[in-house]
Design a protein around this ligand. Sequence first.
Ligand code: ADP
Ligand code: ADP
Length: 228
Amino acid sequence: MIRLAGVGKTYADGTVAVQELDLDVAKGELVCLVGPSGCGKSTTLKMINRLIEPTTGTIEIDGRDVTREDPVELRRGIGYVIQQVGLFPHQKIETNVMTVPLLYGESKPTARERAHELMDLVGLDPSTYAGRYPHQLSGGQRQRVGVARALAANPPVLLMDEPFGAVDPVVRVRLQDEFLRLQRDLGKTVVLVTHDIDEAVRMGDRVAVFATGGRLAQYATPMELLAR
Ligand code: ADP
Ligand code: ADP
């Protein structure tokens, strides 16, 4: 589904963020990118949705070279969830989730209905939370809204950058479990960045271990990693 071949990224200031990266992610698979801070995980994720252009190599989604796709069209098929989900502070939760369907030309009632479905899906009762504002939600709940918004365009691919990083450890484990259940139902292809090896082993069908310098050290299932 997603294939990176010989991908490298050197930033304009000469920083080598990613080198010689080969990675394939099967349809419906959840792959975790893990490794110390600064080893190129976020850069890799952003190259997949073309927020960053690779310096070398090719990236394909469903056999199509992402560098030849219209970025707007490309991102329609890719949900993106980051650590500090940027919700519009002066808009209600339902409006935050409706933005994407509205953008794609849904009518307001349909978009609202979709937003409420998505809120249910991520465990936020719309009858309670639809009319609230982001500051009235806990960190964990805001992350749920972020996931709901990322799912709004029904993208086959989800990219997640430390999606559970900003919440306390107890909430984090609950969100991880819930996301895994959701993922089993939805069957999205997911690439998830984390610096937490426990999270990677717990969540990943496969785990890509990055080493300092932006090289891939290992790419294996959690069982294989634990056996080594
Ligand atoms: P990670 O997600 O693993 O923490 P990043 O992909 O964010 O790593 O960063 C990889 C390397 O690239 C780091 O050395 C970081 O400082 C550097 N880097 C990231 N963004 C930029 C940028 N816009 N310009 C220059 N260097 C950058
Ligand atoms: P979570 O486990 O999802 O992080 P919390 O335990 O932090 O949730 O929050 C518990 C409850 O308190 C939630 O129902 C949430 O809506 C409510 N809450 C948290 N922060 C606020 C706030 N600033 N204003 C109103 N309600 C809040």
